[in-house]
Design a binder for this molecule. Structure first.
Ligand code: F58
Length: 840
């Protein structure tokens, strides 16, 4: 059934179904074949699947461009207030499917492909995803761009165009092996390079004083090297609106002049060398998750993209003839964690040195410009740069930071008197153990708003990590609970569920997720329940075939699909989940006739390449899987599978197929989580701790529709204080003891006792994430899950209510809150008219 096109570019009177904008099936077919011929240079008999994908991508891009150019023209004309979202990571996922949804042409394109004897699904699968992020933080940025465009908020996303994104993961002999992600190998149809807007970025060298034309002393930065930043723009279309915002990613290149200088001196290799080192800057994404690494190249990346972004904003202001004094009125700049925090010093430098502004007005503009979002409480993730490194790379910025710090600490003294302890804790410079610049402190001082990403997290920030800042400027602190876009995470990933919901309540929920509440009236309707169950089953059959294809493990779609997919980290406790798997295994072995609820445990996620324990956890999952899956006594009652290479594309079928979502981090450690939201929206029930957004999800769906277990944040703190002795739990609990002893004795490692020793020792000795304490409550809670699953009607009702009550967790809600509380920006609707020129 083909829906009538909702957006009709051809209706504005200028043309009718032309091949670049038309969205009728015949037009789409013609445009597609035209692109196959003129862009790919192929005729059908010679075309590969990839050629067809490219032809389709260009066909869709043409339809985006019309909206993109119009959007830029209107923003330029109106000088609209604009959000600049600065993020070292944007984990966009494949563009094609999402653009089809947001353009409202999925069905037409599907029909066009079918009529050409092509399978749209196969073509969608050909897209190499831009994996320009590690996990939650990068994906959040992508969801926010979708919502910003859908809410018609003028936005520029600024980041880095990494040549290699997050590594591809393969599993060899149970171990993670990393492969470089060559996502640009076959070209990227979604981006347009804008070399005309390239900027220069300086590094190293020294500063000197000079007198300006008015005889005033100014500082000049004489750099050691200069790198060019080339912007690459990708259109970000909103859902069924004409707004197409811009994601502007910067690539580093060597400036031509440098090559020539070296070349003229006869140093050909020197010239090439310069080019190679410059281009290294944006080569690769650092694959760390939740840990900070003090690498020079990382600081260079951060400064590079931030400087490019701010220079670009200044260019836009000049082009729009806006005075620089209005910078904070034109732009609301959000710092996605501290990775772009150097922006505070860079904006000061640009205003002071390049535009000769005085300190006070420059500082006022700076503070009014920035907002800072914190994403973690883990101490190992807090960025600090050694003064030695910092001063050698950014000598001018260090001077500015000293000045900011001096003035700030004066204010602290004024408010609190000379409390040296407090002053030391607040200082932008850490002098405890070597000297470091504390990036979170720079972000706090330089921003007018500081937010955490879930209620608990924002409270903990005020009580712990940022306590001193909270006491100094409480008015800056706020919370914005994360959200995810229902367009990608329901409509695109779970079309059957989306259609069922729409058939009952209409499609307003896609833009206003609160409306999905209306399906509550169907929660006990047997007909609706049956369709709900049928869709879940089809989604599980789909994942079962993916698992068979990628891992060779055959699973039963009627078993309970119990899923944990996220980065592998000790605090996320994939190993607690594995202890449950071992416990179930032992129960069946001890009682071979045991009538348990059949389960399939699915894991996926990448470990940071240098994080040994996380890699060992993957090996443990694989080893347990190997024993369990091959044991004839176990049969279909338990299966354990590790799906390799978790990324956005591979995750899309997963959420819709889950019965149970594992959100089992140690309380107080997971800032928010966003996977928890994607699962619950797709009708999975959650087993989880009182951590991050789990708390708010439980409040929204109702305690009776959520499986809660484990220590609270307060419990964790108290237990630490009174002395935590993990081995006591082990000794007191025979089931736990058996599981740990099996891991230690080589039961899962062909008798190798050394393999998992580091993990076992860690659990019995320090157990930093308190698995031992949470083990029994977790096992008991899982037992309840199994019981509940046997009551199909009850489970279905709980599942439906979970989806129905997830309205709050749309990223549209989160973005509305940012707009109101932090950015003070309003929508600027875009009407389609004949294409005009504009500069974005
Ligand atoms: C994540 N952080 C939080 N950091 O862990 C998660 O709870 C939250 O939902 C999400 O942010 C969005 O707010 C996260 O993903 C990183 O990946 C950083 C990348 C750069 C190095 C340090 C970690």
């Amino acid at each position: 059934q083909i829906q009538e096109p909702q957006l009709q570019g051809q209706d504005v009177g200028m043309q009718c179904e032309d091949d670049r904008t038309g969205i009728g099936v015949e037009t789409l077919k013609r445009a597609f074949l035209d692109n196959l011929f003129y862009v790919q240079g192929k005729f059908p008999a010679l075309a590969t699947k990839h050629d067809y994908y490219m032809a389709l991508a260009y066909t869709v891009r043409d339809r985006l461009l019309q909206r993109w150019v119009n959007t830029a023209a209107i923003y330029t004309q109106e000088g609209s207030r604009t959000v600049a979202y600065l993020s070292a990571e944007f984990l966009m996922g494949p563009h094609l499917g999402n653009n089809l949804i947001n353009l409202g042409i999925y069905n037409q394109v599907q029909q066009a492909m079918t009529e050409l004897k092509l399978d749209l699904k196969e073509l969608l699968a050909k897209e190499e995803e831009p994996g320009l992020g590690n996990g939650g933080l990068g994906r959040l940025a992508a969801c926010y761009l979708d919502s910003l465009a859908s809410l018609e908020i003028p936005t520029l996303g600024y980041g880095i165009r990494y040549e290699f994104g997050i590594f591809d993961q393969i599993i060899r002999n149970g171990w993670q092996v990393e492969k470089t992600d060559k996502w640009l190998r076959y070209g990227n149809p979604w981006e347009i390079a804008r070399p005309e807007w390239a900027v220069s970025v300086k590094f190293g060298g020294r500063t000197e004083a000079h007198k300006n034309a008015q005889g005033r002393y100014q500082v000049r930065w004489v750099p050691h090297k200069v790198v060019l930043g080339i912007p690459y723009d990708t259109p970000i279309l909103g859902y069924k609106v004409n707004t197409a915002n811009t994601l502007r990613l910067w690539k580093a290149e060597a400036p031509e002049s440098f090559d020539f200088e070296a070349f003229n001196r006869g140093n050909y290799y020197g010239a090439v060398d310069q080019k190679v080192t410059s281009e290294n800057l944006t080569k690769v994404l650092y694959p760390n998750d939740e840990t900070y690494e003090g690498k020079q190249l990382r600081l260079e990346q951060q400064y590079f993209f931030v400087s490019c972004a701010l220079q670009d904003m200044l260019r836009i202001m000049l082009r729009q003839k806006l005075p620089l004094e209005q910078f904070h009125e034109k732009f609301a700049v959000q710092l996605n964690d501290t990775h772009p925090a150097i922006a505070v010093a860079e904006l000061m430098r640009l205003l002071l040195d390049e535009h000769e502004m005085d300190w006070e007005p420059a500082w006022e503009i700076t503070q009014k410009t920035f907002g800072y979002t914190n994403h973690t409480l883990l101490p190992e993730a807090l960025e600090k740069w050694s003064l030695k490194l910092f001063s050698s790379l950014l000598p001018r910025h260090l001077e500015i930071i000293y000045e900011i710090n001096w003035r700030f600490l004066e204010q602290v003294r004024h408010k609190f008197g000379t409390d040296e302890g407090r002053i030391g804790r607040l200082s932008l410079i850490d002098e405890n153990d070597g000297k470091f610049v504390r990036m979170a402190h720079l972000a706090c001082v330089g921003s007018h708003r500081i937010n955490g990403v879930a209620e608990l997290h924002s409270e903990l920030l005020k009580k712990t990590t940022l306590l001193d800042f909270y006491e100094f400027f409480p008015e800056k602190f706020t919370n914005v609970t994360n959200g995810v876009t229902p367009r990608r995470w329901i409509v695109l990933s779970n079309p059957k569920l989306a259609n069922l919901i729409t058939s009952c309540i209409g499609d307003s929920w896609i833009k206003h997720l609160e409306d999905v509440q209306q399906i509550e009236t169907f929660a006990q309707d047997p007909g609706f329940q049956k369709e709900w169950q049928q869709i879940k089953r089809e989604n599980k059959v789909n994942v079962a075939s993916i698992l068979l294809d990628r891992t060779g493990v055959k699973v039963d779609p009627d078993s309970l699909f119990d899923i944990q997919v996220k980065r592998i980290h000790q605090y996320k406790r994939q190993h607690l989940n594995i202890l449950h798997a071992i416990t179930l295994y032992n129960q069946i072995k001890q009682n071979p006739n045991l009538d348990i609820t059949p389960r399939t445990l699915i894991f996926a996620g990448k470990a940071a390449p240098g994080y040994y324990i996380a890699k060992l956890i993957i090996k443990l999952i694989d080893s347990v899987a190997d024993v369990v899956n091959k044991d004839p006594d176990i049969g279909d009652r338990l299966k354990v599978v590790f799906l390799p290479d978790y990324n956005v594309k591979n995750s899309q079928p997963i959420y819709p197929a889950a019965d149970l979502s594992e959100q089992i981090s140690t309380a107080g450690k997971e800032a928010s989580g966003t996977g928890n939201m994607k699962f619950a929206m797709n009708g999975a029930l959650t087993i989880g701790t009182l951590d991050g957004a789990n708390i708010e999800i439980r409040n929204a769906v109702g305690a009776e529709n959520f499986f809660l277990f484990g220590l609270t944040t307060e419990d964790v703190g108290a237990l630490r204080l009174t002395g935590y002795r993990p081995w006591e739990y082990y000794e007191a609990n025979p089931q736990l003891k058996q599981a740990i002893d099996q891991i230690a004795s080589g039961y899962f490692s062909h008798g190798d006792r050394r393999l998992f020793k580091p993990l076992v020792d860690l659990l019995l000795d320090k157990d930093p994430f308190m698995l031992m304490a949470d083990y029994q409550p977790y096992i008991d809670c899982q037992q309840q899950v199994s019981q509940t699953y046997r009551d199909r009607d009850r489970w279905l009702q709980m599942s439906i209510l979970n989806t129905a009550r997830m309205g709050k967790f749309s990223s549209d809600r989160a973005i509305r809150e940012y707009c109101q509380q932090i950015w003070k920006v309003k929508p600027v609707p875009v009407q389609l008219a004949a294409a005009k020129t504009g500069d974005g």
